[in-house]
Write a protein that binds this ligand. Sequence first.
Ligand code: NAD
Length: 363
Amino acid sequence: MSIKSKILVTGGAGFIGSAVVRHILTNTSHSVVNVDALTYAGNLESIPAELHSERYVFEHADICDGVAMARLFAEHQPDAVMHLAAESHVDRSITGPGAFIQTNIVGTYTLLDAALHYWRGLDEARKAAFRFHHISTDEVYGDLEGTNDLFLETTPYAPSSPYSASKAGSDHLVRAWHRTYGLPVLITNCSNNYGPYHFPEKLIPHVILNALAGKPLPVYGNGQQIRDWLYVEDHARALFKVVTEGEVGETYNIGGHNEKQNIDVVRTLCALLEELAPDNPNSIASGREGGFASLITFVTDRPGHDARYAIDAGKIERELGWVPEETFDTGLRKTVQWYLDNESWWQRVLSGDYQLARLGEAV
Ligand code: NAD
């Protein structure tokens, strides 16, 4: 890819997509076309106004809309696609799987179809350089309960939830479009992300914001489920490396070597809040017995809840020289501090005002 390429990012108003957009605009000379339907998870305020320039365009569109996708490829002539748009919350996939099948499977198919049509029309040089990078999850590999195994790129798929099954389906489609039609694809499967601009329904921001508000900190089951955590900006750097340097047709696992039980994550967050927010009325320093940790509440486990995920990220480290910059301790501290410093961002999410941005009333 040349140093001034145009990258079409789907889902660029989401948690990881916005980190990718911020990374590209801040650290490279490439341009971004951010294609996002602005579902409840999309927030244009996650791309600060100071990053807006002639290198950044937002397109409000649904990846399931084939006519819109064809128009976007024809109009913007991208050099690469980074596909992050998805329904991403496991709990929502259990209560309403339809949207997951639609966006994650039908939407990925629609995008692949538009990309293939566009790619076939490129001249030979641009055709050879084009990349379609599909961003997926380690949850497609299923549950590692009771073993010390790590997920490898060759681990068979065994998804447990409607979310992970729909992502597995999308991965298979992307591989098939490479094998059958020659579309130059790359796939990455990453572990759980955390960091700034994370929508408050997910564990880490949910715990931080509930703790600050003195509300219960819900922990599923016995809290012993293990997740392998990666700081979102490390993920964004890894994704950029893969789309610019990865080998066509390959899959790369991405992870942070941070296997933690959920209950330990919650306890660590409480300890960080004791240190960083001692003036909050729910801290020990402000006189609450047991402090933030006294808010921990065990709740009925999620159906089909996987016990353990853990990634072997050796391939991307060896072949592309990527390693995470943050440890879990440094990343979690940065994350808590970010939520303390950016109350206006999350207050607008909690109140629903962030959705006004789609009407052009903000940003
Ligand atoms: P997110 O839910 O925060 O963001 C998803 C974005 O996609 C939102 O901006 C939403 O508006 C947009 N979107 C949803 N449906 C759309 C549609 N039909 N058309 C266009 N845009 C649409 O998700 P995230 O956590 O940023 O995850 C991004 C990608 O990374 C997903 O594909 C997810 O499966 C994958 N992933 C996430 C994690 C994680 O820990 N969050 C880990 C590994 C992989």
